[in-house]
Design a protein around this ligand. Structure first.
Ligand code: ACO
Length: 333
């Protein structure tokens, strides 16, 4: 069970933003050797949102954040820190979070990025939870945001069909230590031995961008799909089970599962391992594709808005992404 801390941390409000342009699978058939039927059958994805040319990652993040702040009934002056989980920042430097901070109208609160790919939002929540439960901070804004359409190779059918753009945000807030509504447990892990299964090889110190790298598209996402698939099933299933067991619960105690949305076949395999029906999962990927670190906060926000998640329910959020990094957060919402 959780160690005793002076305060609890609760999800005060959520918000999400998807760019207006929707690209259905059929539109990909025009320039890729693929089909709507293949993509749906192998992934469960039907469409994805793609940002406009004049939108950047921090714009998407700020939109989701504004919605979360509005629903929390506060302005940005009530926030003590901003954490942005992303692998697609506006640029390599500075952090995307400082762009978001400025767009929201905050001035000196700490703002930094977390890079844990599809698990990034849960890493961000885990960090924020520590600051809030210790009493160091009252409110932290955590955003998961990706503009993946700019880092995928649109000529590679093995990756181009999978991803979408979007943002989701939560306002995390201090609550009394005995609050029912709270984050109950967080767990995060990384396994660097699998780092090359999903990566962008060029653009860092190991392989600067050269003309040859650009020609080889090594500045775009490269993936060993089946290795990632296997790691995702194992990582998500194991970390979810770990958190539930450590909380002294069983899967029957979980009302709703809000997993990272990569592939419905990954999630079916996870559901089978947990012995729970897939209809207890809040799914949005048919409409959004894989939005990496944004997928859980988008699904959480959607679920709370449309009634698939009710106030007071116990929710398990789990993800695995590049790294590989994976984690789980158990919360009463
Ligand atoms: N359209 C049509 N055919 C395709 C496509 C496509 N878009 N992509 C691959 N194929 C072909 C392959 O070339 C292959 O053809 P071949 O048999 O002639 O060689 C055939 O389909 C089967 O390919 P596989 O790779 O075996 O297909 P698989 O069933 O493994 O599905 C997929 C591929 C969807 C990528 C799967 O491996 C997967 O989902 N992996 C997880 C990857 C993932 O989700 N990554 C996201 C980031 S990490 C995360 O979020 C967890």
């Amino acid at each position: 069970m959780r160690r005793a801390l002076p305060f609890a941390c609760k999800i005060a409000a959520t918000g999400s933003y998807l760019p207006a342009r929707i690209v259905p699978n059929r539109d990909l058939e025009a320039f890729l050797d693929t089909s709507d039927a293949w993509i749906r059958e192998r992934t469960g994805i039907g469409a994805r949102h793609v940002a406009a040319d004049d939108e950047v990652t921090s714009d998407l993040a700020a939109q989701a954040a504004r919605r979360a702040l509005e629903r929390a009934g506060i302005d940005v002056g009530g926030v003590d820190m901003i954490i942005v989980a992303t692998v697609t920042p506006d640029g390599p430097m500075p952090a995307c979070a400082v762009r978001v901070q400025h767009k929201l109208g905050a001035t000196t609160i700490p703002a930094f990025d977390v890079s844990a790919a599809c698990a990034g939002f849960l890493f961000g929540v885990t960090i924020a939870d520590q600051f809030i439960c210790s009493g160091a901070m009252q409110r932290v804004l955590v955003v998961g945001v990706e503009l993946l359409s700019r880092i995928i190779d649109w000529s590679d059918r093995t990756t181009a069909v999978l991803f979408g753009d979007g943002a989701g945000a939560v306002v995390l807030e201090r609550a009394p230590a005995d609050s029912e509504q709270r984050i109950e447990l967080c767990r995060i892990h990384s396994e660097g031995a699998l780092a090359d299964a999903l990566s962008i090889p060029a653009g860092g110190s190991a392989e600067p961008v050269t003309e040859r790298a650009l020609h080889m598209r090594r500045n775009k996402v490269q993936m060993v799909g089946q290795e990632v698939f296997r790691a995702a099933v194992r990582g998500i299933a194991d970390v979810g089970a770990e958190v539930v067991a450590d909380a002294g619960l069983t899967m029957a105690d979980i009302d709703r599962f809000v997993p990272h949305q990569a592939n419905v076949r990954i999630l079916s395999a996870v559901a089978e391992r947990w012995g729970v029906p897939l209809d207890r999962f809040v799914l949005v990927l048919e409409e959004t594709g894989n939005t990496s670190s944004a997928s859980i906060p988008i699904a959480l926000d959607r679920g709370l808005r449309d009634g698939r998640i009710a106030s007071g329910e116990r929710v398990l959020m789990c993800a695995l992404g590049a790294g590989v990094s994976y984690g789980a957060v158990l919360a009463r919402v």
